[in-house]
Design a binder for this molecule. Sequence first.
Ligand SMILES: *Cc1c(COP(=O)(O)O)cnc(C)c1O
Length: 395
Amino acid sequence: MGNDQTKQYRPATQLVHGGTMRSQFGETSEAIFMTQGYVYDTAEAAEARFDGSDPGFVYSRYANPTVKMFEDRMMGLEGATGARGTASGMAAIYGAIVCDLKAGDHVVAAKALFGSCLYIVADILPRYGIETTLVDGTDLSAWQAAMRPNTKTLFLESPTNPRLEVLDIAAIADIAHAGGARLLVDNVFATPLWQKPLQLGADVVAYSATKHIDGQGRCLGGVVLSDEEWVEDKLAPFLKHTGPSLSPFNAWTLLKGLETLQLRVAEQTRSAATLADFLADHPAIKTLIYPGRTDHPQYDVATRQMEKGGTMIAFEVKGGKDAAFRFSNALNLIIMSNNLGDAKSLITHPATTTHQRLSDEDKAELGIAPGLLRFSVGLEDVEDLKEDLDQALSA
Ligand SMILES: *Cc1c(COP(=O)(O)O)cnc(C)c1O
């Protein structure tokens, strides 16, 4: 980073400079290396690249300079010693789960998972002989009871999608380690700024960089972070040979996103806290869930492991689906979209969109009520957002 490679800079500085590699042209902004391959001056040089004695680049499915800058910047932010960028968040999660598993292994995961993560655990893994158990993530005794001698991986997200349950990462990491398993955390909702799963005891953390890391609705991307040994021995070979590589152009977009991550997430969090208080007091609201409020069901865990409440709010309007639809359709500024972490405020109705696939029984079990809305708070003026919510709630 910068001129002093040994200094451990603070997060805001890391986000601007971390991982930067300058070419011979001395460019200010990171270069986009749109290249598939790399040339060797001699046959001996090619041999050295392939046997690893020269650490240079070989092929962009394996590694690429722009992608490496993104990985290195994320490692600095997360405090990890290994990382790999991927084409999407799901490629990151899938790679992180399956790269070190085989038939006969067992996975325990929280029930409240992002839809595609749940599909991997509940539908894909069992087809390949990997047994899975889903538990109520807030119940530590359920995690404990699910452990078996062949349990290799525990998997959770916190706060969860869409009800923002907060799971005790340190306690679940202890359960994993006591059973010789690893804990993988999907840290999208908390963001790398407000929650550091590796410091809490998790072994692997994964992101959809599509969300806050880009934060401006432009491209898909993902990243997996852990210790160097696991990344090089388990994850890297799996990704290298299966091919969900991050495009250098998207890696560059994500590098630019990281430069403003702290500013955006801090401001969006400030607005989310203000709007959560506003909504909690509103007569049209039945339940309000925000991890930064003392009335959150796991507030004590949230204060222990999250620095701030984050940019996401969940709330239930009185009057069920009809009221939720009337409210959504009446919004003028806040837009309907199932994305999150964007500069633009986005609202989604999980029961009929992201979680439509689930049975009514499963929805009820996960608390995905007909009146529930998930609100990703953006960068607009908080007063404009408040006015929009207020006029739509009275519709
Ligand atoms: C969006 C998201 C994913 C998937 O990421 P993609 O980039 O869309 O593939 C996984 N987990 C969580 C919590 C997400 O919000």
